[in-house]
Design a protein around this ligand. Sequence first.
Ligand SMILES: [Zn+2]
Ligand SMILES: [Zn+2]
Length: 723
Amino acid sequence: MTMRRARLLVMNAALGPLDYRVPDGMVVGPGSVVVAPLGPRQVLGIVWEPDKLPGTDVADERLRPLHDVVPVPPLRPELRRLIEWTADYYCASLASVARMVIASGGALRGPSTITEYRLSGGAPERMTKQREQAMAALEGEQATIRELAAIAGVSDAVLRALVNQGVLEPVQVDCDRPYPRARADFAEPVLSEDQREVAAKLVDAVAARKFAPFLLDGVTGSGKTETYFEAVAEALRANRQVLVLLPEIALTEAFLRRFEHRFGTAPVLWHSSLKSTERRRAWRAIANGEAQVVVGARSALFLPYAALGLIVVDEAHEVSFKQDEGVRYNARDVAVMRARFERLPVVLASATPALESLHMADTGVYERLVLPARYGGAQMPSIETIDLTQEKPERGRWIAPRLAQAMADRLERGEQSLLFLNRRGYAPLTLCRECGHRFQCPQCTAWLVEHRLSARLACHHCGHEEQRPAKCPECGESDCLVACGPGVERIADEVAEIMPGARVALVTSDTINSPEKAADFIAMAEGRAIDVIVGTQLVTKGFHFPELTLVGVIDADLGLEGGDLRAAERTYQQVAQVAGRAGRGAKPGEVLIQTRHPEAPVIAALAAGDRDAFYAAETDARRHAGAPPFGRWAAIIVSSEDDAEARDAANRIGNTRPNLDDVTILGPAPAPMALLRGRYRYRLLLNARRSAELQKVIRDWLGALNFASGVRVGVDIDPYSFV
Ligand SMILES: [Zn+2]
Ligand SMILES: [Zn+2]
């Protein structure tokens, strides 16, 4: 079908739909990605069905012609409907959602090659220390000069000199060279009876090519991954693409190895720190159908798959699937919608499902598949609490005697222990003993966290860093600054003190910040070169260390503080997940939970191993509060660099609030994070019954108002954090 005129969704949130003339000889249809003139500039756009994108009809003779069609496959109608749904549901602009689809500028250019370099085997005319180091570091590497310079830790100029002397040789690389093929039958696993039954259902669902949402509910260590790999294999056989979403892309190392073991090659990776050439290659392979299995962070969900056949959301309860900036979407929910538009199965896998997901299973919307036992006959760990008000650690310490003793026993037996504290750095607060001065971030309502490894005070919200001063900046005294409370660095120090011979590994996003470091850590833990692992939430999932038999939770009460609507649920999930690291091999596991509130329902449920009791109590509390899944929440966040401007805008929103029976509106009030990255913040909270047309209410309300140019008004539907 040729079109005389085309309506465009343009990649600029400030602009509405625009109409253009299609020049003679140019062929476009809905979904085509095109370049169009906009004033003196050019703009990228997607051709859209005019009835789905109402605009003002401009007379034919006033239309400007499209410039060009971008050489990529048109976006399929299923994806266009997903873009519309996402924008509508999350009160975002179509352009901002479409930008997540067109996520690689480089991919839009046609075929191309780049020049990479590698060692030729030759020697330089004159060997210097720097050259020697660079050559040692570049052994086996091939990349662009800039990337090689980063690997070798030298300047571009050093490497250019080596190119001129023939030590580094150029290699022309096709940017779109194909990925190695994964093979469904590479290494067929031996599954347990439970796993076989569940796998068969998933395989059938892939073959049926219909919308089918599953909740794969299996205890930690039950082999969920191996089970859904059978569905992945079925998709591979049918030449359909698979998307696996993982919450923590820095720690996919363990997953990649399992995948390669099963299918003979690594999957295609997608995450925010890909190099632009890798991004381009992945995007184009996804769009033309050559990428068979894509493993990625939440942003992989919006890519233009040519022939998707299965979506898996692993660790589906994880909070990191919720994006809190830009388009504030929840990838778990959007994954289900994408599966619906594309008519395919979606698997939400978790040992501790979100309450919302369990509710969907209980009401029959999702099919629930259960793996009730650990694979290979391993037992679930025993769990006990340590009441910190009764069994106090020594002064200035955080590990209670009973936990310390249990660790010493493990060390003696050559087994491993893991200590969990979800707090990076050495201490969460530094204060002056003389005058009480507290170190605060100049841009945020937050204390600066001391990091001893990097000798810095850092804000975990905006990245602000400063040196820890020798004197108090307020009263000028020296030697008066005290670190208050523990972070993982401090716990690691304490372990070194109480167990001098133990080999301690610190696992946080500060120390494990690349796939290589994650791989090193896994190899050391598996090789029993580590006795004690001290870590943040990074260690709660994905790891399988057979010699790890003790897990200690340093402060189970920590997650119950702060502005989190799901605090109890998150605490339950985090502690249950980290507890699940214990005793995965032949030896039984033990978990000790330090708490000041052993009687709190969530702690009691954890100690009793009674998941059903916890979910039942939490469900009642949510029903009572009108919280999800029984009611709905939304937040309106107003911010500006100017406090008065932000407050004024928030008040105007508050003063024009609609009066509705089924929506309660609270605020405006200063947000708990009243200052974030230099912006003053106010917020309103909406609590709606399920019957309310929440998004329409918000759109009509905010759409009638205009704000000063420095004001940002964000809408968060189904928020996770209330800060
Ligand atoms: Zn002072
Ligand atoms: Zn800050």
